[in-house]
Design a protein around this ligand. Structure first.
Ligand code: FAD
Length: 397
């Protein structure tokens, strides 16, 4: 073999092989993916893919055939990589060793399982196509659904359940919903938006037990609440898929640790997507992100750098994600750790609003509800290092 090997055949892995070809790389490319499915898109899985009554086609990003015929990629799907030896420059897949000249690690993240619920039927996590199929099949009228975790996936799941006629209860251990993603100040504002969509959101009390012998029957909370349930979906975060790198000698710390060029520190080895923790020059700090746009951007930089390491460029990017709640679009750009937040359009109770986040004298983040154009502009403003006073004045217009 040799050439470029990409491990992980999802968004970042696919973007990496596409970019390598786009930039003129003519060597061999092998794409290794643990799942049997050709690359598909995850955002629809907690959104329109759950809408009934008939299962929609999977949101494939490319067919296996087009990987071969259009990109000349040898894809090995349904086969997990189990080890990496950076000195020998080999990846072990299905007991055989693949040699690489350049490697992009794009193994993403796996959903954290709900503690204490192993093996109970009716308890799910949502990360892949098979998970989404199982959840959509369980969204039948009369189902009592509890979503554990008021993050974005939990919020979207509860909205999707509502569209199927199921009033889901969302439970969150933290005092505020979506705090990790948008901060504790504006998390409650999004919580109120979610409640306006008919979701029963309960914060401040975590799950202490999941009752049931072979099937889930109820969820118990720390404050003593007993919630009967036939369907429980945990949206309590994801852990980077790095187990297969345990013996590789790569530095691992909640992700594959990389420098600003996404180099993992071994010759020819780069990483991209949800699996990478890298130094983001846009903010001068290391971070691991879990969102679509940054995964795609990182993959494009990692692939260019992997096939042309002498011209390696930094990957500077302003985080961005969106979430859809029954037609309401929530968007966040930047970082939520701020000294102050301020509404510049609308207010917390409106159908649309825009709020900015300040760190020092700069705008560092923005949260929008149904404010698509403004959020896109703010992503560029944050990338330029725009000042707070100036940005507040412009956005207030
Ligand atoms: P992944 O998509 O996780 O792909 C990694 C792939 O690597 C997987 O196919 C996995 O099976 C494979 N793999 C793992 N280990 C191995 C191994 N050892 N060998 C071979 N293959 C391996 N982001 C947004 O910005 N907006 C949204 O609205 C949004 N909605 C989402 C909804 C859901 C339900 C989910 C799960 C995610 C959502 N995201 C959203 C996040 C976005 O989908 C991810 O950031 C993106 O998928 C990351 O891409 P990735 O390729 O890095 O990782």
């Amino acid at each position: 073999t040799g050439g470029l090997v990409v491990v992980g055949a999802s968004l970042a892995g696919l973007r990496a092989v596409e970019t390598a070809r786009l930039t003129g790389y003519a060597g061999a490319i092998t794409l290794v993916g643990a799942e049997p499915h050709p690359p598909y898109d995850r955002p629809p899985l907690s959104k329109e893919f759950l809408d009934g009554p008939d299962e929609p086609p999977p949101p494939y990003l490319r067919t296996a055939a087009s990987l071969r015929t259009e990109l000349g990629v040898d894809s090995r799907l349904g086969a997990a990589a189990t080890a990496l030896d950076p000195d020998a420059r080999t990846v072990t897949v299905g007991g055989t060793e693949l040699r690489y000249d350049a490697l992009v690690v794009a193994t993403g993240a796996a959903a954290r399982p709900l503690p204490g619920a192993a093996g109970l039927a009716g308890v799910h996590t949502l990360r892949g196509l098979d998970d989404a199929r199982a959840i959509r099949a369980a969204l039948v009228p009369g189902t009592r659904m509890v979503v554990v975790g008021a993050g974005f996936i939990g919020a979207e799941l509860a909205c999707a359940a509502g569209r199927r006629g199921i009033a889901a209860t969302v439970v969150e251990a933290a005092p505020t919903p979506m705090g990790r993603a948008v901060g504790a100040e504006l998390g409650p504002v999004l919580g109120a938006v979610l409640r306006r969509h008919g979701v029963d959101l309960r914060c401040g009390s975590g799950v202490t037990a999941v009752d049931g012998t072979d099937r889930v029957r109820a969820v118990r909370l720390a404050d003593g609440t007993h919630l009967p349930a036939d369907l429980v979906v945990a949206g309590i975060g994801a852990a980077p898929a790095t187990e297969w790198l345990a013996s590789s000698g790569l530095k691992l710390d909640d992700g594959v640790v990389c420098d600003e060029t996404l180099s993992a520190g071994a010759d020819g080895v780069y990483a991209a997507g949800d699996v990478v923790r890298w130094f983001n020059p846009a903010f001068g700090q290391t971070m691991r992100l879990e969102n679509w746009t940054t995964a795609a951007e990182q993959a494009s930089v990692a692939a260019r750098n992997a096939v042309n390491p002498d011209a390696a460029r930094p990957c500077a990017t302003v985080p961005y994600f969106w979430s859809d709640w029954n037609g309401d679009r929530v968007q966040f750009v930047g970082l939520p750790e701020a000294d102050e937040t301020a509404f510049v359009q609308g207010g917390p109770d409106g159908d649309d609003f825009l709020a900015l986040y300040r760190r020092g004298d700069r705008v560092i983040g923005a949260l929008g509800l149904n404010q698509r154009r403004a959020v896109t502009r703010l992503r560029s403003a944050i990338a330029r290092g725009a000042g707070w006073d100036e940005t507040v004045a412009t956005q207030r217009g």
